[in-house]
Design a protein around this ligand. Sequence first.
Ligand SMILES: [Fe+2]
Length: 442
Amino acid sequence: MTNRKDARGLMMSGCDTVSAAHYETALWRFQCSAGDPLAAVELALGERADFVMAQVLKAYLNLCGTEKAGVAVARQALARAASLTPNERESAHIGAANALAEGKWDLARGRLQRILDEFPRDVLALQVAHLFDFFCGDARYLRDRPARVLPEWRHDMPGYPSVLAMHAFGLEENSDFAHAEDTGRAAIEIEPRDCWAHHAVAHVMEMQGRRRDGIAWMRARQQHWADDSPFAVHNWWHLALYHLDLEETPSVLQLYDEKIRGGKSSVALDMIDASAMLWRLNLRGVDVGERWQEIADAWMPVIEDGFYAFNDAHAMMAMIGAGRWREADRILLAMHKAEDGQGSNRAMTSEVGLPLARALHAFGRGAYEAAIDGLTSVRPIAHRFGGSNAQRDIVDLTLLEAARRASKHCLVRALSNERLALKPNNVLALRYRASAGSHLAA
Ligand SMILES: [Fe+2]
């Protein structure tokens, strides 16, 4: 077996110069969300099938999509990796990835952190842990896990911009917006293709209500994130969100048709963005026509997976939007079964996903009182099933609209006040507040 050091000085087993170069390409693509990392991993494994970290990376890439279909492929790669002669760090990776494959995301995050404490330049461990911090809604670790390792890096090390990008996003999710923007921009200065850094700055602009800044940011940097990126749909979603806030509905629909659903993706992360955008449009009274049917069709093969509550809640939106009540009930049943599972999704489903899906179901049926009750309960703990603050805003937006439809003027007023305190020029919140009039209990 051949051993080599990677670009950050970490020993890797079973590789040669060519396969290690393919691995670095795969890792860079994964970090930056630029190009297809799996294709580069396959090239590495084509050169050296006994390349342990390439097998491990293949497993991670198949697990990071939060899709049940990726698990079998990941398990196969991990079995192959374990059958080789992994070193201690590689064995720890196999253990972390196996925990992910078993759905034990919290266990995996702990295992990854142990790797990082010993090998703070293990950027793959950091990247995977960061993604699952996101999927688990762990805002603190989104910020602090990169912070723990940053002082151990030099600026000229391959992967450093990615560490900055992760830190930027974590800072943003903790509302440290100025620091987040500076850090994201610093990452991009070194690596313009880093889509995660770009996205972190986009989030800052979203949270600060800087819609024109946001559109300019996305458009000026479009060549770096829009082509050849598995993260492109999500960045298009962010661009559409700015336009939505400006009430530029034709632009939103155009972006939806051409970019968000242009590729008719069946990737869960893409279908989430599409469903969430149509839901937001519906809340605003926009008729989205047959678009619900298309996205509902795309979800159909996975609606009973019960694999990740965040996905299930968005599949629920699509079924409600499309008027597919039987399928909506099948999602509820699958989520109910997921409450008996062993992995991290059990609690995410039980505490957030299922109550939210039921509340959305109630909203869709016009049972606004029930929707208000459900959404109000889930709102303070919604972060536990992952996603970003911007994504989870859909809970608040649905609650606002449910309150308006139920003529709960005091609630509309209170929720609008809350939104306006964060975004004083938010057109939607201003309209809701105006609609509530001066209704206050005497
Ligand atoms: Fe985002």
